[in-house]
Design a protein around this ligand. Structure first.
Ligand SMILES: [Ca+2]
Ligand SMILES: [Ca+2]
Length: 286
């Protein structure tokens, strides 16, 4: 009897340890998705009060949505500490925020992307970056493209990107593709604004097929769009492995490769890993 009791005690201790381990691994998972709040990266630099204080100041500015302040602080920090992944990620957050994309709160942004409806279409970005109908002026397109490019370049500077960085880069890539396509349509059709939704872009052309052969190559920016496609593909791989972003990975996959249930082609309409002028025309036309 004594032995059985002890067995049972050991058994119940094991259950408790298992529960603690499960809770710990859930906490770790959450922590990996809220890297913005992770202070462990500061460990080696803890004795540098001014560095830590400035980084904290930037973090607070990011959290308040004071992106220009954050950029000024972080650009200075980045110059003084080249190659620091935390600074580079924060800098990317700040530039993305300036464009209207809150990558500092990555999980919230993932949820918002899921909720913008028409998952898999350009609408998920148009409705975040534009007004409530997805409308952006030509001037807004220019400044947002520039900010998103700065946000992408900041992350590209990270030598060993982790999963958070890859997801962030994928979201930025979709934003960059959407804004660039809007810019191409404005260059092609004239006008002072564009509705950055599937329906809005389609309505610009009516029954006429889109033809971008007369849009200059700087505006089309095809090599950067192909790089975006690569980042999008990497983000899908990361999101597929996480429960958090499963809906988003499906939306991204449809945006990339098409949605047969709606007879809609993807932004890489022939799925060859390269974005061509024909891909962009096909996306509008089909
Ligand atoms: Ca044309
Ligand atoms: Ca292609």
């Amino acid at each position: 009897m004594m032995i059985r009791k002890r067995d049972r005690k050991i058994e119940s201790e094991n259950v408790i340890i298992q529960k603690i381990l499960i809770i710990l691994s859930i906490m770790l998972l959450i922590a990996s998705f809220t890297l913005g709040c992770d202070d462990s990266v500061l460990e080696g630099l803890a004795d540098d009060d001014s560095f830590e204080a400035k980084l904290e100041e930037a973090r607070i500015a990011l959290d308040k949505g004071e992106y220009s302040t954050a950029i000024n602080l972080l650009e200075a920090l980045n110059d003084a500490n080249p190659g620091n992944a935390t600074i580079q990620q924060y800098l990317s957050n700040a530039y993305a925020g300036l464009a209207g994309l809150d990558t500092f709160n990555l999980l919230t942004t993932i949820e918002t992307l899921d909720e913008t409806g028409n998952s898999g279409s350009i609408d998920m970005m148009g409705l975040i970056l534009g007004d409530r109908n997805g409308v952006l002026t030509a001037a807004q397109l220019q400044t947002k493209i520039e900010s998103i490019e700065n946000a992408i370049h900041a992350l590209e500077g990270i030598s060993s990107p982790n999963d958070d960085h890859r997801v962030q880069l994928g979201i930025l890539a979709v934003a960059h593709i959407a804004l660039t396509l809007g810019d191409i349509v404005v260059a092609d059709q004239g006008g002072t604004s564009v509705t950055l939704t599937e329906e809005g872009l389609d309505s610009q052309y009516g029954n006429q097929p889109a033809d971008f052969s007369d849009v200059d190559s700087d505006t089309q920016n095809l090599s950067e769009l192909t790089a975006d496609l690569g980042y999008l593909t990497e983000a899908i791989t990361v999101l597929d492995d996480s429960d958090e972003g499963n809906d988003l990975s499906q939306g991204f996959t449809k945006f990339k490769s098409g949605d047969s249930s709606r007879d809609k082609v993807g932004i890489d309409s022939d799925n060859n890993g390269i974005i061509s002028e024909t891909d962009l025309e096909n996306y509008i036309n089909n």
